[in-house]
Design a protein around this ligand. Sequence first.
Ligand SMILES: [Zn+2]
Length: 264
Amino acid sequence: MSGQNDGIGEWIDKRGRKLRAEIGRRFRSVQLPATPTICLFCDFEGHYAGASGEKYADIGTDRLLDLLERCGLKITFNVVADLCKTHPERVKRIRAAGHEIACHGWKHESPRDLSDDETIEMLQKAVAAFESLKIVPSGFRSPRSAWSSSLVRYLPHYQFEWNAERDGAWRPYRIHDLMFRVSVKTDDWDLVDGTSDAAGLFEKWRGVVAETKGNSGCIAIGVHEWIVGMESAYAEGLESFVRELQSDESMQISGIGDALPETG
Ligand SMILES: [Zn+2]
């Protein structure tokens, strides 16, 4: 096992030097958006979110894709890679609609719980699952924002260019030469744990948007397809919220990769 991983390590070092030469050049000239930006994303989890995920993923996917089409908005879907094998049609619909597809783990495992070898294995399997649908994701979002230093070290070797996690920063920053971190400020989990109803959730999000504008920031807010499917009042409010942001000329709303022009 260790012999095999020495081989992988060597391959990664070689690949990493090549990537540094290719990507380092591009990253030096990167311009972050001057306009305050809300990156909207969906953590796309299906049955990896348990029984509710299984039950509401399809209706949620329908609702979300229809809503985004009506609003003329492309966002980022952080897809659990194994869904490319178990529910390829669902993943293909996202791609066909023109949204960015990023990686939300192989089977929604927390990178913080993985050893170095297990991290490499997770990334290899995730990338292979996306490859089966000819998808090459450039972004990685850790399940539960539970990233690890080993994850961050290995991501560039699998052609990932950005990483989105819960973070205090108001603008994207480099974690190291090859990788941008985009800060996730909030999501729709309050609806699941009962902290708030849909109206309260949007009030909280409006506060985050106001702070982002005050900081000339560029941050990310997340939804889950199965929560959109489970909560119809939330799904309806989500369209109003998106339209509200779109009508505000002092800011913009986009996917994550689109806010990082050199990596999109
Ligand atoms: Zn998740």
